[in-house]
Design a protein around this ligand. Sequence first.
Ligand SMILES: *Cc1c(COP(=O)(O)O)cnc(C)c1O
Length: 366
Amino acid sequence: MTTPTLPNTRLWSDKAKSLSPYVPGEQPKHANLCKLNTNENPFAPSPKAIAAMRAVLDDEAVLRLYPEPESDALRQALADFHGLDIDEVFVGNGSDEVLALVFASFFLKPQPLLTPDIGYSFYPVYADTFGVELQKIPLNADFCIDINDYQAPCGGIIIANPNAPTGVLLSLADIETLARRHSDSVVVIDEAYIDYADDVAAASAVSLIRKYDNLVVTQTFSKSRALAGLRVGMAFANPSLIAALSAMKNSFNSYPLDRVAQAGAAASIADGEYFEQKRLEVIALRAALVNDLNELGFKVLPSSANFVFAAPNHHTLSAKDVFEKLREQGVIVRHWQKERISEYLRITVGTAEQNARLIQVLTQIL
Ligand SMILES: *Cc1c(COP(=O)(O)O)cnc(C)c1O
């Protein structure tokens, strides 16, 4: 890795100088690496999504025109998929952008925003960007959320479910309790990985948005729909919250989703069969991976995501050592030198071949 040269900040605003941006997992340039570090889908997107995107490009005149600003066809497809109305659906340029608009629309409050101490590391960055005070609530010893720790008066709550980077799922009953107890603030459930829960219908809070007008559920096409490169994310909520997101979006960028993205995402939703097949394949690969890691002595947290959070538990090698040795052998996983989680590695579930290579290199290292 090269050391970045310090920029000249003479003309920067104080705000720009104060930023501490999110650092995504690396996207190495050379091929033949076993890339298990950013939770991308190991499989290709739906062939129907690819065909729909190609059709947009084949119409030579069409990219001359602006896209539909509210992505109506895509929102209708998402509404139909979840049994909702179009005015309960919002879409944006990746769920990261949707989350930014959520922060700007709902969390600029006098009281702090509550979030787990171990969670998606973009939340503290957005809190900084938008000047939102963040109060981190410790997960309990086995990395679970105890909702009774979330009783303080607050300006909002945001939780990834399944949590990142642990993969641990919070029950729908607990989410419902949180939404009920905090009816005067917005509760956001970031379901980037929810499709990898064994029973999605029983796990997803989308089913609760009509019951709780303060509940926002975000999801993404980046993981289970294998379209991280397309940048499409969505939120489901009461029409009044969706209207706020839409007003915020149109005060920033009226066309966050281009024509290719709108067509590809809608076609992916329409191809339910392919989606379900690949979703189940990843879940089966996860079970096999957990099994193999357990046999190597790893402690693996129960995962409802397309990654596992696993501690090598080795007598001489730390998680960081294992991370570095894997990297030397071309296997890239994620490690954070952070309190409480420094002895864990986050490993994306890959193809059977990728997982086998990981296990083979780990066997050699350990
Ligand atoms: C990947 C991820 C996102 C971001 O998804 P994009 O739609 O690619 O922006 C949001 N939240 C969590 C917890 C994630 O892991």
